[in-house]
Design a binder for this molecule. Structure first.
Ligand SMILES: NC(=O)c1ccc[n+]([C@@H]2O[C@H](COP(=O)([O-])OP(=O)(O)OC[C@H]3O[C@@H](n4cnc5c(N)ncnc54)[C@H](O)[C@@H]3O)[C@@H](O)[C@H]2O)c1
Length: 267
């Protein structure tokens, strides 16, 4: 049993990609998992989202590891869905120790042709979504006087991206929330950190490639600048970082930005 024996982790965007890999690693290391995902196609961007089948297979994989899993289909824009999932989690597991605000979307759009709907969806999901979830989870952490919140920002939360102004703004906003929440929650012994991966090999990258009429590798290379000779990270690389920052090994890290960028931000 690893670092997370007896802990509960609430993970958004858990059906596939980085959220799923993190759910499986934390479960392998002893955590019970609440896997929250919209689990259906939404209006924007026009690529593949997680599915109910993926949530069900994730639950089966976690249970095969000997841990408990609660799956919840819902949108991070819906307070009702979040509140229901948090209530179910507390009823099932009694507490939430770790929150991974991971659900997010990405799409390219130039400023002069970007629609209100594109701007609003990006900000509502990537920035307001983590706020929506955190405000329902954190009262339970405050009561327990313990907790860790990890926000999945991006290197775009520390730099700019071409045709990504809405995404960049949402991810810088999430870096800002990390700072503000670290201050607000520290008296309750709750840590808040953000992680900043470079491109990751996930369905999001595949979806962006399809929308751009490109290949995933071309998309990775276009936004690249990785110093190390790799086009992207694998989901397990991100999961390993989350497992570290969520653990007591990082017990005095709060308000911090953890960069995993193959050297991208160095130049
Ligand atoms: N892939 C990358 O290159 C990369 C790099 C850095 C940071 N990120 C960030 O990492 C996070 C995870 O990305 P990923 O690459 O695993 O993406 P992904 O698209 O492969 O997976 C995202 C998951 O989130 C879910 N989701 C999307 N919108 C949701 C909503 N409104 N409510 C609930 N669930 C929703 C999807 O159904 C999906 O299962 C995102 O916040 C993303 O911005 C991605």
């Amino acid at each position: 049993m690893g670092d997370f024996s007896g802990k509960t982790a609430f993970i958004t965007g858990a059906a596939h990609g980085q959220g799923r890999a993190t759910a499986l690693l934390l479960a392998k290391e002893g955590a019970d998992i609440v896997a929250f995902d919209v689990a259906k196609k939404i209006e924007y961007p026009a690529y593949e989202f997680g599915t109910g089948e993926e949530l069900k297979s994730l639950k089966a994989e976690i249970e095969a590891l000997g841990r408990r899993a609660l799956i919840a289909a819902g949108d991070v824009r819906s307070d009702a869905a979040i509140s229901r999932a948090v209530d179910e989690a507390i009823a099932a597991f009694g507490k939430i120790d770790i929150l991974f605000n991971n659900a997010g979307i990405c799409a390219y759009a130039a400023v002069d042709t970007m629609t209100d709907d594109e701007w609003d969806a990006m900000i509502d999901i990537n920035l307001k979504g983590p706020f929506n979830v955190t405000r329902r989870v954190v009262p339970h952490m405050m009561k327990a006087k313990s907790g860790v919140i990890i926000n999945n920002s991006s290197t775009m939360g520390l730099r700019g991206g071409k045709r990504l102004s809405h995404y960049t703004a949402s991810k810088w906003g999430l870096t800002g929330l990390t700072k503000a929440w670290a201050i607000e929650f520290a008296p309750y012994n709750i840590r808040v950190v953000s992680i900043h991966p470079t491109g990751v090999n996930t369905p999001m990258n595949d979806g962006l490639a399809a929308l751009e009429g490109s290949t995933p590798l071309e998309i990775a290379e276009r936004s690249a600048g990785n110093l190390l000779p790799v086009p992207w990270l694998e989901v397990e690389d991100v999961a390993n970082l989350v497992a570290y920052v969520a653990s007591d090994k990082a017990r005095y890290a709060t308000g911090s930005q953890f960069v995993l960028d193959a050297g991208l931000l160095t130049v």
